[in-house]
Design a protein around this ligand. Structure first.
Ligand code: NDP
Length: 490
């Protein structure tokens, strides 16, 4: 273990042990050796963090204060993170397993998110509304209060800060529960809050088990909204808890995203983009392009190109420069992915490439799975419908565009879709008919802090990012004033 290997809860600006004194060991997914210990928060810790955040909301000048002050603090936090980007990227890689290149991109995205929301913090404008008579009617956008954020392990810092940053910019105070497997970068970022000028108690991080601590946070009467990213199953649970308390829930859930390849596509570009969209982050992406829907005339050519890319992909510990795919986050996730591959084969799928644990003796201790492509599955097979969350692509052929659209829309999810074609009219036509919150044309999965990110159907509720994302952390108050002058007597 490295010297800086003990992490606590970060509440009221101070880091300390959990109320129950418990801590857990975290493993490097490339070796399954311990890298750090982290405090395991309890329901008591949840209550304390919520109380601290509520006091900070009422008592500090964060919420009620000048938006420009929040803007400066968030811009400073962006700068502090940028200065330490390499340190954060290494920590993310050691904890989660993704390659250093991927972690650097994630940290860069967080820096840009903080910069983006800092620019909006003093621009939360209301409107004036014409009403009859001598009256003035206007709206004010106010912060909600304490917002709770529950983050997953696949982009630990990025997905935490994607909702925390706009909530802070809008003047809320925050309690963040990172995933139990990957809490380190979020805790380390919260350590920088004071230096950035964010008052103590405004940003609190409480690691601990979702079922107990996460639920306690959402149930707490001080919780004014919850933002959750993770599985659809837990998303449903969060939505039910939020409904009981009548608080808003922003849910960013799973996907089984289609990649439609029309016969005129640039197949070399498409193959590279498709590979990035399913083997990137070892396939552990809510918006992984996990279903290839390819025109039958180019199917064999494209599958051969994908196979060549998959077999040339360099696997290894994410910390090694030049490695292109890291391990899966945990042994459990590895077992889950291999089980899906087995079910695909049982259901008649043909392995084009991969399908097994990767790396031989060199990588035996880590959670490495080969980049995998399966062809010939029925669209209703389990592995073709459910989210695998690993580097496994299922391929389906189509003849007519209508069939491609039908196949693309045939799952319960609707997060993301990609279209590959050189024809602009076809691109628009297909994009319009896809039931997905985000569609890209001739691109791998790609998003920016200023563009909305959210899913249709069972992929979620609401959206994060962009100016609207920030508005979601505010409420609208309408004020009506009678400004009639007193009638003159006589
Ligand atoms: P979960 O949905 O269980 O976890 C996501 C977050 O929710 C974690 O912080 C977790 O805490 C927390 N959590 C779990 N249960 C509750 C609860 N009852 N109340 C409040 N918070 C809770 O994902 P898993 O880690 O179990 O991954 C399983 C599968 O989910 C993946 O294989 C993948 O298919 C999908 N997933 C999708 C993601 C996405 O980006 N859409 C991200 C992660 C997973 P803790 O870590 O303590 O369990």
């Amino acid at each position: 273990m490295a010297a800086d290997s003990t992490y606590g809860l970060l509440v009221a600006g101070a880091e300390g042990p959990a109320a129950g004194g418990e801590s857990a060991e975290l493993l490097d997914p490339s070796t399954n050796r311990p890298i750090a210990r982290v405090a395991v928060g309890t329901a008591d810790d949840a209550a304390r963090a919520m109380e601290v955040a509520q006091r900070a909301f009422e008592g500090s000048d964060w919420a009620g204060g000048d938006g420009a002050r929040r803007a400066r603090s968030l811009a400073r936090l962006a700068r502090l993170l940028d200065e330490r980007a390499e340190e954060f990227a290494r920590l993310e890689t050691e904890n989660m397993g993704k390659t250093l290149r991927e972690s650097r991109i994630d940290v860069g995205f967080v820096v840009r998110t903080l910069e983006y929301v800092s620019g909006l913090a003093d621009k939360l404008e209301g409107t004036t509304i014409p009403v009859p008579g001598s009256r003035l009617n206007y709206t004010v956008r106010e912060a909600l209060g304490v917002t709770v954020h529950i983050a997953p392990w696949n982009y630990p810092l990025l997905l935490a800060m994607r909702s925390v940053a706009p909530a802070l910019a809008a003047g809320n105070t925050v309690v963040l529960k990172p995933a139990s497997l990957t809490p380190l970068t979020a805790i380390r970022l919260a350590r920088l809050a004071r230096e950035a000028g964010i008052p103590d108690g405004v940003l609190n991080v409480v690691p601990g088990p979702g079922g107990k601590l996460g639920e306690a946070l959402v149930r707490d009467r001080r919780c004014r909204s919850v933002s959750f990213t993770g599985s659809s199953e837990v998303g449903r649970r969060i939505a039910a808890l939020a409904a009981e308390r009548l608080i808003p829930a922003a849910l960013e859930l799973g996907g089984k995203s289609p990649v439609v390849v029309l016969p005129d596509a640039d197949l070399d570009r498409a193959a590279r983009g498709i590979a990035l969209g399913i083997f990137g982050n070892a396939g552990q992406m809510c918006w992984a392009g996990s279903r290839l829907i390819v025109h039958e005339s180019v199917r064999e050519t494209l599958l051969a190109k994908l196979r060549a890319i998959a077999e040339a992909t360099r696997l290894g510990p994410g910390t090694e420069e030049g490695v292109e795919m890291g391990p899966l986050v945990s042994r459990d996730q590895e077992a889950r992915v291999l089980e899906y591959v087995r079910s695909a084969r049982d259901d008649g799928g043909r392995l084009v490439t991969g399908g097994a644990k990767a790396g031989g003796d060199r990588l035996a201790e880590g959670n490495f799975v080969q980049p995998t492509v399966v062809d010939g599955l029925a669209p209703d097979a389990r592995a073709a419908r459910e989210e695998i969350f690993g580097p496994v692509l299922s391929s389906f052929a189509f003849g007519e565009v209508d069939e491609a659209v039908r196949l693309a829309n045939a799952t319960a999810y609707g997060l993301f879709a990609a279209v590959w074609t050189r024809d602009l009219a076809s691109a628009h036509h297909v994009a319009r008919r896809l039931e997905a919150g985000m569609v890209v044309v001739n691109e791998p999965p790609l998003t920016f802090p200023q563009t909305p990110f959210g899913g249709f159907k069972e992929s979620g509720l609401g959206s994060e990012q962009g100016a609207r994302g920030l508005e979601g952390y505010t409420r609208t108050k309408n004020v009506l004033l009678n400004v009639a002058l007193p009638k003159k007597k006589g």
